[in-house]
Ligand binder design. Structure first.
Ligand SMILES: *[C@@H]1O[C@H](CO)[C@@H](O)[C@H](O)[C@H]1NC(C)=O
Ligand SMILES: *[C@@H]1O[C@H](CO)[C@@H](O)[C@H](O)[C@H]1NC(C)=O
Ligand SMILES: *[C@@H]1O[C@H](CO)[C@@H](O)[C@H](O)[C@H]1NC(C)=O
Ligand SMILES: *[C@@H]1O[C@H](CO)[C@@H](O)[C@H](O)[C@H]1NC(C)=O
Length: 619
């Protein structure tokens, strides 16, 4: 038997033994490792996974913080108090451990929300989240945790209302003091509760009957609360408004009438639209409309000068169906496609996916990208551009106009004279220091912009497709904007293999696969973070930088990866390491382990907040 086969068989036997021993399945272990990955996001250290490792067993190998049932088969308790966890609580992963009864994450720096999926932890009896940075609303699904006994969320930043937990009969502890909860206190079975504290929130209205169980110290610090046991007396409540049945009937009658009229209007509109369409079709058979229909031959090269190109039109062969659409015009809608074509254009970039021209029209400098090698129909392209345009974000460069015909696809942006992030980071004459605070600000605004676009365009399946520092442009205020969003064909199941012929430290070849192109954006964003941190350019395909950083960190020279100018500038190394760790999570070779952009944005913002706090503390 050749050794490798023997090895495979041995490992299969080993796996079978694990299964026979009845411990958690591979799926559960994988989910737990992902939970750990996410909750430790933003913290880099060798022991950061606390021994939570796929190759071992959570019960028999004693993953830190885990205790199992008496037969060492199922994870029952996860206690990770005071572990400097700075990431996100992903309940859908941790709840795959279906026997989980205790989840305790007190005194960490966990950010984000308490997700709805927490109710998947059906057997949960104790949930401790005291002293973290959790925020936004408590999930309504809490009311479904029917086995819950103790629920502690003191000292976070939760807002919104306290969900109704009155049906959880066994609840004995609810500690929610020092948050930003609002609204009224819902009914609780106060006679069963042993501990209850909602002080120092922003709750309002009358306190329900606490059956003499709790004193005012459980309710103080809520200026809007009134009634026993607080000294403030509630104002008499107004009598409930009368509910005459006849009146209700009358109202519903009017509602139905309203629907009928609305329906009629919609039908009339549709008929009218149809009518108009037919007429338009007929009139389309007359030659052309100069404002809208343009040469399909589009962009042609003038041989005069090698770098001077001119985009000229020949209206004689106009394609009737081509569309030129102005979306947001710096020329106040005066821009016509002919002007664009006739204006002198300078080729400023050329690649596999198209050429980029700088065009000056009536004193406004524009950038025209001529897209090539993309088999997209003109209507699909048009729809896509219109869809992207509807997603407006201050850190996404808006489309000025686009042109879509069968042969030609052009997009028009305003020219950004401050150039790209790439240029700013790597230009040799960049004498002014690009300091840590501005790099962190750029990372933060880019992550938010990309998260916003991903969320809005997920259903339309439009990722950026080509995130790189040359596509990040600096506007007049030196703020970073994402350019060229969605100008790439979606390649599902992309697979990138790193080339290994560079002078940097040699490593095992890294194959990066993206489950989908959104995931690839996250990878590319991680690479941009590495560029911001190291000040080093990404070579060729972009995978060399990450391998270099990986190898340096693995050799425990983490400090060596950072841009020297940041170190000499006195940037906070802990926060740089935190950001580096976020980058690592983004460039994880397994796409599943990557956080989504919303989570990335959350973490980067919390790093930025820490930075701002410490700066204001010093000044
Ligand atoms: C990361 O976690 C470890 C504990 O494993 C801790 O010692 C370290 O200080 C943490 N680092 C940061 C930057 O929070
Ligand atoms: C967390 O970080 C603090 C300071 O960075 C350190 O003193 C402490 O030991 C860390 N905790 C753990 C569990 O590593
Ligand atoms: C509390 O709520 C009131 C309105 O309900 C609001 O005006 C006030 O700013 C809130 N206070 C805090 C500290 O959130
Ligand atoms: C409730 O919490 C506040 C703030 O932490 C504390 O001062 C008070 O003693 C607590 N009351 C009870 C009854 O635990």
């Amino acid at each position: 038997m050749i050794p490798s086969t023997r090895w495979v068989i041995m490992s299969i036997i080993f796996q079978m033994l694990l299964v026979l021993a009845g411990s958690e399945t591979l799926e559960v272990r994988r989910a737990l490792v992902k939970f750990m990955n996410k909750i430790s996001l933003g913290n880099i250290s060798k022991e950061v996974n606390f021994g939570w490792d796929l190759s071992s067993d959570p019960c028999t190998n004693k993953w830190e913080g885990i205790t199992c049932d008496s037969r060492n088969q199922h994870v029952k308790n996860i206690v990770l108090d005071q572990k400097n966890l700075t990431g996100i609580l992903d309940a859908s992963f941790v709840c795959e451990a279906t026997s989980l009864a205790v989840l305790s994450l007190n005194e960490n720096e966990i950010v984000g929300t308490l997700p709805q999926e927490i109710s998947n932890c059906r057997r949960l009896t104790h949930l401790y989240l005291r002293g973290n940075k959790l925020s936004s609303n408590l999930p309504s699904s809490l009311s479904r945790l029917s086995n819950l006994k103790r629920f502690v969320i003191s000292g976070n930043a939760f807002s919104g209302q306290i969900p109704d937990m009155s049906r959880i009969s066994g609840l004995i502890t609810l500690l929610a003091e020092r948050n930003q909860l609002t609204g009224q206190i819902p009914e609780f079975d106060f006679s069963n509760l042993v501990e209850f504290n909602v002080s120092y929130n922003n709750l309002t209205g009358p306190i329900p009957d606490v059956k003499g169980q709790f004193s005012s110290s459980s309710f103080s610090g809520n200026p809007g609360l009134c009634g026993v046991p607080l000294p403030s007396i509630c104002p008499p409540s107004p009598p409930p408004p009368p509910h005459p049945v006849a009146k209700e009937k009358k109202v519903s009658y009017f509602i139905y009438l309203g629907y009928a009229i609305l329906g009629l209007i919609i039908i009339l509109l549709l008929v009218w639209k149809l009518f108009k369409c037919i007429r338009k079709k007929k009139s389309n058979s007359t030659p052309m409309d100069h404002n809208k229909t343009i040469s399909s031959s589009g962009v042609t090269k003038t041989p005069k000068n090698r770098s001077e190109y001119s985009i000229t039109s020949s209206p004689e062969n106009s394609m009737l169906s081509a569309s030129f659409e102005i979306l947001s015009s710096p020329l106040a809608n005066k821009l016509r496609f002919e002007d664009l074509l006739r204006a002198p254009a300078e080729l400023i970039g050329k690649g596999k996916h198209g050429s980029v021209y700088k065009v000056n029209v009536d004193g406004v400098t524009l950038v025209v990208k001529r897209i090539s090698g993309w088999n997209i129909s003109k209507d699909d392209f048009k729809k896509r551009m219109q869809r992207i345009h509807r997603m407006k974000h201050p850190h996404v460069l808006p489309l000025v106009a686009f042109y879509s015909s069968k042969q030609e696809k052009l997009t028009v942006y305003k020219y950004q004279q401050n150039g790209s992030l790439f240029k700013h980071l790597h230009s040799s004459q960049g004498s002014q220091v690009f300091d840590w605070a501005s790099r962190l600000a750029i990372a933060s605004s880019l992550s938010e912009a990309l998260a916003f676009m991903h969320e809005g365009l997920q259903n339309d399946d439009i990722p950026h497709g080509n995130m790189k520092s040359t596509n990040i442009l600096l506007n007049d205020d030196m703020e970073a904007c994402i350019g060229e969003y969605g100008l790439m064909p979606n390649n599902q199941d992309q697979s990138f293999v790193a080339q290994s012929d560079h002078s940097m430290r040699e490593d095992d070849s890294v194959a990066i696969t993206a489950r989908n192109a959104f995931n690839m954006d996250i990878y590319s964003f991680g690479v941009i973070l590495l560029e911001l941190l190291t000040g080093k350019p990404v070579q060729a395909s972009g995978y060399d930088l990450s391998r270099w950083v990986n190898s340096v960190v693995r050799a425990e020279w983490t400090g060596e990866v950072f841009d020297k100018s940041l170190i000499t500038d006195g940037a906070n190394e802990e926060r740089m390491i935190n950001l580096l760790h976020v980058a690592f999570k983004c460039i994880n070779t397994s796409p599943d382990a990557r956080p989504n952009m919303k989570e990335v944005a959350f973490i980067i913002n919390s790093i930025k907040e820490d930075e701002e706090k410490s700066v204001s503390a010093f000044s």
